[in-house]
Ligand binder design. Sequence first.
Ligand SMILES: [Ca+2]
Ligand SMILES: [Ca+2]
Length: 431
Amino acid sequence: MKKLFLLLAAVLTMVGAQAQHAGGDVSLLTRYEQNGATYYDVNGKRITNMLAYFKQQGWTLLRVRLFVDPSQASSADKGQGVIQDLDYVKALGARIKAAGFKLMLDFHYSDSWADPAKQYTPAAWVGQYDAELNTTLYNYTRDCLQAMVDAGATPDYIQTGNEISYGMLWGAQGASSLKKCYYNNDANWPRFTTLLKSAGKACREVCPNAKIVIHTERVGNINVMDQIYTRIGDAGVDYDVIGLSYYPYYHGFLPQLENALVRLSRYSDKEVMIVETGYYHNYQPENISFDYSATYPISDDGQLAFTNALIETCKKFKQVNGILWWWPEANEKGLDWNTKRVTDQWYNAGLWDNSTGRARKAVAALGTYAGWNTIVGDVNGDGVVDITDINAVVNQVMTAAGQYDEKCDINGDGVVDVSDINAVVNIVING
Ligand SMILES: [Ca+2]
Ligand SMILES: [Ca+2]
């Protein structure tokens, strides 16, 4: 009993520090693999297992998007990668979990891209009254999550909507009045927050260990961003993580992000994650809002320098605990462009080189953010040193003889052995 008390005390005193995650939204990985894209590391050595490679580079969290019925999307949108239906996401999600990553599921409550400019109601749900739509959203979210759990793809983070800065499920595309939510305008906000609660209820019921992420992209307009989370909080929406998109060429330079994070630090009980970011590597498109190329050139090294600077900015904030690159796996090298291309245009802000198939330097740099202030003994990276970590070290010592796992080398002597079991037990009992 005394021992149990000590264990609980150790757990309680160490809660609060969150493990930092690094990774990306790899929603198209399956398709690139199926179509024959060939991936290489920075030195030109062929990569045969991309998930293992991400792991080697230190990545810990991967995100996958889900559309309600992507077969309804326009051919232009399909040509941009709108293909993720539930079967696709279950299969990729199960691989991600089996490879030892945390999984973030990104619900686009739409048949195609959902972002501030478009949050159209899926075709099958159009015409429903709000009360009916709430039930549909709850049932859909519940059923998708149960299917993920059954497939061995239980998400650890769940986004109830993608870039919902102006609400979601606005109505049919082309409808005369769309149910958008604007700054300093009360219209449609109760409807929106009720929808968020319906989705969140399903998350809590089916995936009680998952964290709910509310994802917006108004870093470029801090007052709007602030009001969204204030309204959502005032309405009593149950969630855990503020998820932000941050693309410097759309939202502003890093000091703008820093100002946004300062503002969000007032929500002291919420974690913050940069759930999407990117930086160009080949050329700068014309339709950007902010040109950062004088500081960070549009090149492999410029992308690397931006990544390192982004990490340094995030490290200033203890509530920030995740950076995810968007579409890092973009790579049309090795496949037949005429018959097997994955998207109709090269993505110019991923982390592979479409011409050579080689990884960019930023892949490894991004990985350095993961667990940068990890607590000694926290083997599974959940921010707590407890019995689970003891089990992990014991398991490593007993079953993985000869394999060195740095996380399990608690005393840092370069080998994992019984002295590390003693060390982690000591931390759990004595702190
Ligand atoms: Ca732990
Ligand atoms: Ca050791």
